[in-house]
Design a protein around this ligand. Structure first.
Ligand SMILES: Cc1ncc(COP(=O)(O)O)c(C=O)c1O
Length: 423
């Protein structure tokens, strides 16, 4: 263990990495003559090289075929979302009929809440974590108000009860035992965006449902990061974006999961023609008959140019396999953690849990000495081509991702922090 901070050690680990070739499938942004050490897959994943060709194919089909591209294109547009179904399902541990690629994350959360947040005077509250991602908070608060309830009494925000700002399962169990009869919906993150804490979704779904609550998950930071088992977890619904770990480009088409037990046509929803029974959609009748499964929540015909990168990216995940990716991810983030503990304990506090089952690839790092010092370190890293991100008031998020990060990148980060400390 003594020599883990040498270049030779990092290079040997990279050499032994069975997934090392996948890095070549991505454009790594440049920093002068070198490549960046890019640790920002938690915000925007890097571009797979094959995306450009996939987009050109669609532009060519549009140019050459016009409307006939719907049926005659290389990847016909009419069933285009089908091309991502299997790989999307594999990525989140769902049955193919339980997932659909559509819209964006916040839109899908609203669509899911239209169907699954059905408050009554007795059971009207939504439970989220305190410090939830602002869009999620805005979404749940607006849903509460939309139904005529008051967020002061109908929005429950569970405070962190662990030292680093994380939340124990006991705290979740406690609030559900105490207030479960008021709670209509538990909307919980798969991985919390600020702390990097991962949660046991199956257990949360169980605890929620025992109390008669619906369990929905925001997997913005979970999809493509952790091994997910949505079907078996018993989640009622889930939604995620695809521009982070799923590497599908800025504003990419998001994903949505509806458990098969809810794939009934009498489930209330906001409807659009693309959710209509496919067999009769083009009869253009006035009555909405939902197509079975998650597809029945689609509103519009899908944006092909935005789906093409998702198709390419999910194909990479299929080849790599989520289990193998996660194995590497645990090693890579563990390497970062060990180096910080050994070399940088006087500079950085790790806020993310140390137990690999309670985190994904991200480590949230608090800079000892406060916000100004933290900002200075963050600027130093950025100017050295080491790309993480900053979350107010004091967190640098560093997310080594198994598809394109190396142990050598991690060591570069550590060396840069050491150089800054010594400067
Ligand atoms: C946890 C979480 N929820 C919601 C969102 C909002 O996503 P979108 O802008 O795709 O709706 C994000 C974006 O980063 C997020 O991290």
């Amino acid at each position: 263990m003594g020599d883990i901070d040498t270049e030779a050690h990092a290079l040997a680990l990279d050499e032994a990495d069975p997934l090392r070739e996948f890095r070549n499938e991505f454009h790594i942004p440049r920093h002068g003559d070198a490549e960046q050490a890019y640790f920002c897959g938690n915000s925007l994943g890097l571009q797979p090289k094959a995306v450009r060709g996939a987009l050109i194919d669609e532009l060519d089909d549009w140019a050459n075929l016009g409307v006939e591209g719907h049926f005659l294109g290389k990847h016909p547009w009419m069933p285009y979302h089908e091309f991502v179904r299997e790989s999307l399902a594999a990525c989140v541990g769902a049955m193919p009929s339980e997932v659909v690629a559509m819209n964006s994350l916040s839109v899908n959360l609203h669509l899911m809440m239209v169907s699954f947040y059905r408050p009554t005077p007795q059971r009207h509250a939504i439970l989220i974590e305190a410090g939830a991602f602002p869009s999620d908070r805005y979404a749940v608060e607006s849903q509460v108000r939309f139904h005529g309830f008051d967020p002061a009494t109908s929005l429950i925000e569970l405070e962190a009860d662990e030292p680093g700002g994380t939340i124990s399962m006991q705290a979740i169990e406690r609030v559900l035992a105490e207030r479960g009869s008021e709670i209509a919906l538990v909307l919980w993150p798969g991985v919390q965006y600020r702390s990097g804490q991962a949660f046991d979704l199956k257990e949360i779904a169980r605890l929620a449902q025992v109390q008669g609550c619906v369990a929905g998950f925001d997997l913005a930071h979970g999809a493509g990061n952790r091994v997910l088992d949505l079907h078996d977890s018993g989640a009622d619904f889930a939604a995620w974006c695809s521009y982070k770990y799923l590497n599908s480009g800025p504003g990419a088409v998001a994903g949505c999961f509806v458990h098969e037990r809810h794939a009934r046509s009498d489930r209330p929803r906001f409807a659009g023609w693309w959710g209509h029974d496919q067999a009769t959609r083009f009869r253009m009748g006035p009555e909405f008959i939902p197509t079975p499964g998650a597809d029945g929540w689609q509103l519009s015909n899908p944006p092909i140019l935005a789906l093409a990168p998702l198709r390419v990216s999910l194909e990479i995940f299929q080849r790599a396999g989520m289990a193998a990716l996660r194995e590497k991810s645990i090693r890579l983030t563990g390497y970062l953690e060990s180096l910080i503990q050994q070399r940088l304990a006087d500079v950085l506090d790790i806020a993310t849990p140390s137990d690999a089952t309670r985190r994904g690839c991200q480590l949230s790092l608090r800079v000892i000495g406060g916000r100004e010092r933290g900002r200075a370190l963050f600027e130093h890293l950025s100017s050295a081509g080491i790309i993480g991100d900053w979350r107010e008031p004091d967190v640098i998020r560093i997310s080594p991702t198994p598809l394109y990060n190396r142990h050598a990148d991690v060591l570069r980060f550590v060396r840069a922090v050491e150089a800054w400390r010594g400067s």
